[in-house]
Design a protein. Structure first.
Length: 268
């Protein structure tokens, strides 16, 4: 049986030196993902969602993980997707977590052109300069939960295919369109052209979320948790609002604030 089609249970396991494992390991770095147009989805939940909604090229799994996730292995096999059994050491090399689950999928990158992400805009999340992949992934999960039509990664924002971002989304990166653009102002222009009203979340805003105009399709703009949005971006949106703090907490973290803002559109 060839390396490309070896299934769990084969006598010889893939090791960290097997060429296909070496190639996959390059996908843990952004440069490797950009060159290949592929990324890794790690863990049972991510692999399950990748098989259902993404384009999977191969699944790597340890013997232990294959036994624990037999339904995932069976689904991949039914779809004629190569499933390759790897050693624990090889699986560790493909993992970016402290305790690897032993199952990883090689997937086609998910981002689409900005105009395609905005074809049917209702509710959009725009992340500007969000460098923490955990925050970006969690906001993507929140956007998915709130029924957003797209998530846009603008400016110097983390790669949505970053391993931690994918894990933090718990599979939501596969559920709704993702778009990327280095030009934040171009993103704003595209959102307006698609009929969206730009509303930024900022803890220092004078307008309260409870009085904000959310009657039209909205693109919510979120900045990094550490630095927020730059003044030029705050000046470029249609409205800047803050989430009210009724207790003594100093502030809300990015994902919590995003959840409140995105759901506000749904609950009005």
């Amino acid at each position: 049986m060839s390396e490309h089609t070896r299934q769990p249970g084969a006598d010889q396991l893939f090791t960290e030196r097997t060429p296909r494992v070496v190639a996959a390991r390059h996908l843990t770095k952004r440069v490797g993902r950009e060159r290949s147009g592929r990324f890794l989805a790690e863990g049972a939940q991510a692999v399950r969602e990748a098989l259902r909604y993404g384009q999977v090229h191969e699944v790597f799994v340890t013997a232990t993980a294959a036994a624990r996730n037999a339904e995932i292995v069976a689904e991949a096999t039914q779809r004629d997707i190569p499933v390759s059994t790897v050693t624990d050491r090889a699986a560790d090399g493909l993992s970016e977590t402290v305790t690897p689950q032993g199952i990883v999928a090689v997937c086609e990158q998910l981002d689409v052109a900005l105009e395609d992400a905005l074809k049917q805009p209702r509710l959009v999340a725009v992340l500007v300069g969000v460098s923490d992949p955990g925050n970006a992934g969690t906001v993507t999960r929140v956007a998915d939960s709130a029924g957003a039509s797209a998530v846009i990664f603008a400016g110097d924002t983390v790669d949505p295919h970053n391993g931690k971002c994918v894990r933090a989304s718990t599979g939501s990166v596969f559920h709704l369109p993702l778009a990327r653009s280095r030009d934040t102002m171009a993103v704003f222009d595209a959102c307006r052209a698609a009929g969206l009203r730009l509303v930024a979340a900022d803890g220092h805003a004078e307008t309260d979320l409870t009085t904000a105009d959310l009657s039209r399709p909205t693109a919510w703009v979120f900045g990094s948790e550490a630095h927020g949005l730059a003044p030029e971006f705050l000046a470029a949106v249609d409205e800047v609002v803050k989430v009210p703090i009724y207790g003594k907490a100093e502030s809300l973290n990015l994902a919590t604030a995003a959840a409140v803002c995105l759901y506000a559109n749904r609950l009005r």
